[in-house]
Design a protein around this ligand. Structure first.
Ligand code: NAD
Length: 373
């Protein structure tokens, strides 16, 4: 079997879908590996290093034409899908919610499509969970970027020139990204508070040494997969009102609230921003999926009344080397679990929960149609 790894085409997405430290996992499967020229540019790994590890450099076109399994960090356009042989498999991060046409095209061209965004949240599949591996790094980056924009230091410092108070950080949404943001801010010495509509996370917040802000919104809860349930308009308004007091006293507010497959909820409005201290920072981690903060813009720092509102796309790519390493481990784990070494094919066993959830197209047929509704 030939595995082709494609370079990410956007400058902002510098993660390679293979990492030099992980290529042995693939070569040990007995697969031949092609990579697109320049694939490691964003992670400071030259083509020659990949070649020394036994991988073969090819043009993008050749990678598409020859690969039995094609790994990508981005969805492909029809013009490129047409180059892929039917019955080959495309695996990676393919933005399925905003890309129904890709799914239809893969079915039309009889290309099997594996969406790594749809890895189920079960213990066995944690090693393949791309959303978590990238959200974790994004949470770290959000704190580092916010700290850069603050005019104070994060830790308390008792100096001869006086005592400098620690910065106060408020994290809204305590999923994977939020937990890492809390841990990073704590390590840097900030005083951290956090809130989530899923009250099960209170214990996790406390265990990181942060304080859970209690806001009673009535019935909230989570889905079977552990995602938050959408709040009613009344609940959102109540949340905005009650959390604004915490925003007012915070130097950094980091919002991470997401709803799987839906636009992110708007949680901080202009009224709240206007009550915050000049010089404080709001980092909107949901800016790409609609935004948690009124007025936030992708890849911009917007100023309102002296408050900086930051939105950065593709956060994990700011630590592209680690992002690539984690991603390629996620991809390799999927491939290793389902590659049948004896018959040199991928074993699409739809009785397996991971296959059932992550394979969106097989043999020209659209599978897992739940999310298309
Ligand atoms: P996510 O990215 O979907 O959302 C981020 C956070 O925002 C979530 O914690 C969510 O509850 C919160 N949120 C939504 N609306 C909100 C609101 N109005 N106000 C405040 N917060 C709001 O979440 P995620 O990072 O994917 O994680 C969700 C849960 O799944 C976490 O508890 C995580 O630990 C768990 N998880 C489990 C597995 C597994 O078992 N394999 C893998 C990954 C994550």
């Amino acid at each position: 079997m030939i595995i082709s790894a494609l370079k990410s085409s956007h400058d902002s997405d510098l993660r390679s879908p293979i990492h030099i430290d992980t290529v042995n996992t693939l070569t040990n499967l007995g697969a031949e590996i092609f990579f697109e020229e320049g694939i490691g540019n964003g992670i400071n790994v030259g083509d020659d290093i990949f070649e020394q590890s036994g991988l073969k450099k090819h043009s993008r076109e050749n990678c598409l034409k020859k690969g039995d399994l094609i790994i990508t960090n981005q969805p492909l356009e029809d013009a490129e899908l047409k180059l892929i042989r039917s019955d080959s498999t495309l695996l990676g991060m393919v933005s399925p919610f905003s890309n129904h046409s890709l799914i239809q095209s893969c079915a039309n061209f009889r290309i099997n499509l594996v969406s790594m965004e749809f890895i189920p949240r079960i213990t066995r599949a944690q090693k393949m969970d791309v959303l978590s591996s990238q959200a974790n790094l994004a949470g770290y980056v959000a704190v580092i970027e916010s700290a850069k924009h603050l005019s104070t230091a994060l830790p308390m410092m008792m100096t001869a020139a006086g005592t400098l108070k620690p910065a106060r950080v408020f994290v809204i949404g305590v999923g994977v990204a939020g937990l890492q943001a809390i841990a990073t801010a704590k390590r840097l010495g900030a005083r951290v508070e956090a809130f989530d509509t899923r009250d099960v996370v209170e214990e996790q917040v406390n265990s990181l040494g942060a304080k859970f802000v209690k806001i009673d919104l009535g019935e909230t809860g989570e889905t079977e997969q552990g995602y938050a349930k959408e709040l009613t308009e009344e609940q959102i308004n109540k949340q905005k009102e009650l959390q604004s007091k915490v925003c007012e006293r915070s130097d950094i507010v980091i919002t991470t609230a997401q709803l799987f497959g839906k636009p992110a909820p708007l949680l901080i409005d202009k009224k709240t921003i206007d009550r915050m201290m000049p010089g404080s920072v709001i980092f909107d981690m949901a800016v790409e999926s609609g935004g948690n903060v009124e007025g936030s813009e992708i890849d911009k720092v917007v100023k309102r009344n002296g408050v900086k509102i930051i939105g950065i796309s593709n956060l994990a790519s700011k630590v592209s080397n680690h992002a690539s390493l984690a991603l390629s481990n996620n991809y390799n784990n999927w491939i290793s679990d389902f590659y049948d070494k004896d018959n040199l094919i991928i074993n699409f066993d739809f009785d397996d929960e991971v296959i059932k959830s992550s394979v969106l197209v097989h043999n020209g047929e659209i599978k897992n149609q739940e999310f298309l509704k």
